[in-house]
Design a protein around this ligand. Structure first.
Ligand code: XMP
Length: 513
């Protein structure tokens, strides 16, 4: 078992980023809510605990307080921003609201080039974002660094291995931040830094085997990276007792069903049950034009098909488990009401995300991983790069890229158009995160040869993004756009006009529905 660090979340927008950085340093960590009970923390046998920042002042009524049992555990602590103020406040220091909030770049002079700051130059550039600050240290603490406006930019009680930073080491605007975290993890906590994809896979296989015993496991494949990596991992653990189900709902891109089959059967040696449900979905969508309605119909039908398949593949050995590709951000986001999105923009139907009332126990081997870690695990498992770096594709598939009614004819047009867009953008060097065609409900007049046409308008969507939460339209080279446009009009029957979507997210979304 690798070393573990616990990160207590006091509500900072950067908490996940702290976890990312710790893991970049090859140390396993988990984020727990700030009021997690003692046993939830000690169960993980952590080597150290990081207290995140947060939006509160320690003087706010109802502000999260320092769990005092942390001080009895005898483990190294690192408080960041609000985490530092909490330590100072509860240990007898003085915390005050300065007249101005400090926000942005700051220069910090190191007073003691040891522990957190060993082997660092001075001064260093850091990112500050705080209201309150500490004006008197608690007993036993020494100053480690200061800035012009902040007398205690870092403090430590070395005897008790308690450290704290007023600035944020986890953001890129603190260039030496990773070094500071490295010093904490390796020098203070004594972590080994041996948490690698291979180590993760070995541990996950052991856990899956221990959990499922001799039962069979069902896994819904979407063709996306998460469900593929989850299936490959579970397949490694239980071999033929894994039953992968791929529902072809007829809303897939050109060549998709074949590609998924190929990867699983030929590359991974895993059998997959492909359910041809093409007609069913299009039939249910007849006459439906409302985007939310489409999503709901597809989600419900998917569950029905999946349940039927689960019954059809039943043998004497019961199928008790369902493997899913749930990732860590989903787990964190769905934790408390304060972390849930206020408004539902779209009903996301992820075919890897079936409801729990399907009466299976869930096996979620990726539930503590971030997307890039899943990709690293996928590569380590020998999955092809095309799968591992696949662009996201919505569960409801092409249905949410056809505005208006979904018909076989319109699906055929969009599928052909989408293949052209993907082929051309795949070929260019641009860093595009996601790219596809959208079939609009518009028809316009054109001229081809000597004749008038009255045909469909296809929109091209190509965005840059880090995580899909925000996005900008990709500045594709004009010659790429020109090639896409001329190929679409020439090669896809029924299309006589092409437009390029130049809106960012927000205010738009990436998908059109
Ligand atoms: P939007 O359109 O909300 O999309 O900006 C953000 C990202 O999520 C993908 N997306 C989905 N993924 N099931 C999924 O698994 C869905 O129902 C779904 N809808 C949108 C979208 O392609 C983009 O990457």
């Amino acid at each position: 078992m690798s070393d573990t660090i616990v990160i207590l979340d006091f509500g900072s927008q950067y908490t996940q980023l702290i976890a990312r950085r710790v893991r970049e340093l090859r140390v396993y960590c988990e984020i727990l809510p700030h009021d997690a009970p003692r046993e939830a923390i000690t169960r993980l046998k952590p080597r150290g605990i990081i207290l995140s920042g947060g939006p509160n002042s320690v003087y706010d009524p109802g502000a999260p307080s320092l769990p005092l049992f942390l001080l009895d555990l005898g483990l190294p602590l690192l408080g960041i921003c609000y985490g530092m103020q909490l330590l100072a406040y509860h240990l007898g220091g003085r915390v005050e609201k300065p007249t101005v909030r400090e926000y942005g770049h700051a220069t910090v002079h190191i007073d003691r080039a040891e522990s957190l700051f060993s082997n660092l130059p001075s001064p260093i550039s850091v990112w500050m974002s705080h209201g309150d600050q500490i004006i008197a240290l608690p007993q036993g603490f020494v100053p480690l660094a200061h800035s012009e406006t902040c007398p205690f930019a870092a403090m430590a009680d070395p005897a008790h291995r308690i450290y704290a930073l007023q600035f944020h080491p986890e953001v890129v605007h603190t260039p030496q931040g990773l070094d500071i975290l490295r010093n904490f993890l390796f020098d203070v906590c004594g972590c080994a830094g041996d948490w690698t994809p291979a180590a993760f896979i070995a541990a996950a296989i052991e856990q899956i085997r221990a959990r499922v015993g001799s039962a069979r496991i069902l896994c819904a494949l979407s063709g996306g990276v998460d469900s593929t990596v989850a299936a490959a991992l579970v397949g490694r653990a239980v071999g033929e007792r894994l039953v992968c189900v791929f529902v072809d709902h007829g809303l897939l891109r050109a060549g998709e069903a074949r590609a998924v089959n190929q990867v699983f059967q030929e590359r991974l040696g895993l059998e997959i049950v492909t359910v041809d449900a093409q007609g069913r979905f299009v039939a249910k969508l007849r006459g439906v034009t409302d985007p939310e309605q489409k999503r709901k119909i597809i989600g419900a039908e998917f569950i029905r098909v999946f349940e039927e398949t689960a019954r059809a593949v039943a043998t004497d050995t019961p199928v008790r488990f369902l493997a899913q590709g749930t990732l860590y951000p989903d787990v964190i986001e769905s934790r408390g009401p304060e972390r849930q999105a206020a408004a539902r923009i779209k009903t996301h139907h992820n075919v890897g995300g079936l409801p729990e009332d399907l009466q299976f126990d869930l096996v979620e081997p990726l539930r503590y991983l971030f997307k890039d870690e899943v990709r690293a695990v996928g590569l380590e498992l020998g999955l092809p790069k095309e799968i591992v770096y696949r662009q996201p594709f919505p569960g409801p598939g092409l249905a949410v890229r056809i505005l208006g009614e979904v018909t076989e004819e319109r699906l055929a047009i969009l599928r052909a158009a989408d293949a052209v867009v993907r082929e051309e953008i795949d070929r260019c060097e641009s860093e595009v995160w996601q790219y596809f065609a959208v079939l609009t409900p518009l028809k316009t007049v054109g001229v081809m040869g000597d004749g008038r046409t009255y045909d469909h308008v296809v929109a091209v969507r190509a965005v840059t993004s880090a995580d899909g939460m925000t996005a900008d339209w990709a500045r594709l080279p004009y010659d790429v756009l020109a090639r896409i446009s001329s190929r679409l009009v020439n090669e896809v029957r029924g299309v006589n006009r092409v437009v390029y979507d130049i809106t960012s997210k927000p205010p738009s979304t990436i998908e059109w529905e």
